[in-house]
Design a protein around this ligand. Structure first.
Ligand SMILES: C[C@@](CO)(OP(=O)(O)O)[C@H](O)COP(=O)(O)OP(=O)(O)OC[C@H]1O[C@@H](n2ccc(N)nc2=O)[C@H](O)[C@@H]1O
Ligand SMILES: Nc1ncnc2c1ncn2[C@@H]1O[C@H](COP(=O)(O)OP(=O)(O)O)[C@@H](O)[C@H]1O
Length: 267
C-alpha cells in the first residue's frame, strides 16, 4: 500500500504559556498544503526502512515512520514490513513533514491490516509521536491549542487563492525556536481573526516565532517581504520556520527567489 503524506502551514501561531512538562501551550490554525512525500509498506520477512529523495538526518531506526510502527505494534499484531519513504517535503521547515509521515503511516497500518482504529485512537497514537502529528489524522483545517494537539473545527477554505511556499536555504531547530520566545497571551483572538477576509489578516494574524527567528536568520524576513512586494494578500513564516508562505489572488512571478530558495507554487 502507498500513501502520500502532505505538509501543513500554520496560519497564526501564538505561544501563550510555558507548561510544567517543558512544552508550550499555543494556538494556531493548521492548514494542509499540497507538498507530498510518498510512503509505501509491503509485508516482508523482516522490518526494513529505506528512503530516497531529500536526505533525512538521523538513523533510519529512529525515523518517525518506524516509531509509529513500533507504537501501534505494542497493541496490535503487525507483520514485518519493508517500508520505503520518498522524501519531498523540506525537513525542519515548519511544515510538519516528519509528523505527517508518522500520522499517515498510522492510517496506512489501520487500513492495510484492518485494525478498525477510530479517529480518536489514531490521534492518540499520533500525540505520542509529536505535538503536530495528530492534526494529520483528519488532515483538515483546524484551530489547534494546548501543545497543538487539541482541536476545534474551523471553516477555512483558501482554494480560490494561490498559496506559494518558499523554503530558503536555512535550517531552524524547533526547540531552539521555542527557547527564543517569551510566551504571552495574544492581543487579538486568532479564532476571531481567522474568520476575517484574507485581505484583513496582514499585521494582525501573527507568528510569535518570527521576531526571534528572523532576527537570527534575516533571509526569512526578506523572503516574506518579497512575497508582499510580489502581491501577496498575506505572508508569514510557517511554524518554527524556515519556510515562508504567501496567499495570492493570482499566480505571482518569483523567479528572483528561485536562485537560492525552493519555491513551491499552488500548494
Ligand atoms: C512548532 C510547531 C508548530 O506547529 O511545528 P513545526 O514548526 O515544528 O512544524 C510544532 O509545535 C512542533 O511540533 P513537533 O515538531 O511535533 O514538536 P515535537 O517534536 O513534539 O517537539 C520538539 C520540541 O519543540 C518544543 N515544543 C514543541 C511543541 C510545543 N507545543 N511546545 C514545545 O516547547 C519542545 O522543546 C520539544 O522538545
Ligand atoms: N519521516 C521523517 N521525515 C522528516 N524528518 C523526520 C522523519 N522522521 C524523523 N525525522 C526527524 O524529524 C526532524 C524534522 O521533522 P519535520 O517534521 O520535518 O520538521 P518540521 O515540523 O519543523 O517541518 C528532523 O530532525 C528529522 O531527523
Amino acid at each position: 500500500m502507498i500513501v502520500f503524506p502532505n505538509a501543513k502551514i500554520n496560519i497564526g501561531l501564538n505561544i501563550t504559556e510555558k507548561r510544567a512538562d517543558g512544552y508550550h501551550n499555543l494556538e494556531t490554525v493548521f492548514y494542509p498544503v499540497k507538498i507530498n512525500d510518498a510512503l509505501e509498506a509491503i509485508t516482508a520477512p523482516q522490518l526494513n526502512f529505506s528512503s530516497s529523495g531529500i536526505n533525512i538526518p538521523g538513523d533510519g531506526a529512529n525515523n518517525l515512520c518506524i516509531k509509529a510502527y513500533e507504537l501501534v505494534k505494542l497493541d496490535h499484531n503487525l507483520p514485518a514490513l519493508d517500508i520505503h519513504l520518498h522524501k519531498h517535503i523540506p525537513i525542519g521547515a515548519g511544515l510538519g513533514g516528519g509528523s505527517a509521515d508518522a500520522a499517515f503511516f498510522i492510517k496506512l497500518l489501520n487500513q492495510q491490516f484492518g485494525l478498525n482504529l477510530s479517529v480518536e485512537a489514531m490521534q492518540n497514537y499520533a500525540r505520542q509521536l509529536g505535538a503536530d502529528c495528530a492534526f494529520f489524522i483528519e488532515n483538515k483545517p483546524v484551530y489547534a491549542f494546548e501543545k497543538g494537539d487539541q482541536f476545534e473545527q474551523v471553516e477555512l477554505d483558501l482554494s480560490k487563492y494561490v498559496i506559494v511556499l518558499v523554503m530558503p536555504p536555512v535550517h531552524v531547530s524547533t526547540a531552539d525556536a521555542y527557547s527564543g520566545v517569551k510566551p504571552e497571551q495574544a492581543a487579538e483572538s486568532l479564532k476571531d481573526l481567522i474568520k476575517l477576509p484574507v485581505t484583513e489578516w496582514k499585521d494582525r494574524i501573527k507568528n510569535d516565532f518570527e521576531k526571534s527567528v528572523t532576527g537570527k536568520y534575516p533571509l526569512i524576513g526578506e523572503v516574506k517581504q518579497s512575497l508582499y512586494e510580489a502581491g501577496a494578500l498575506y505572508a508569514s513564516m510557517s511554524g518554527s520556520g524556515a519556510s515562508v508562505f504567501g496567499v495570492f489572488e493570482t499566480l505571482p512571478s518569483l523567479k528572483h527567489l528561485e536562485a537560492e530558495s525552493s519555491v513551491f507554487y499552488n500548494v
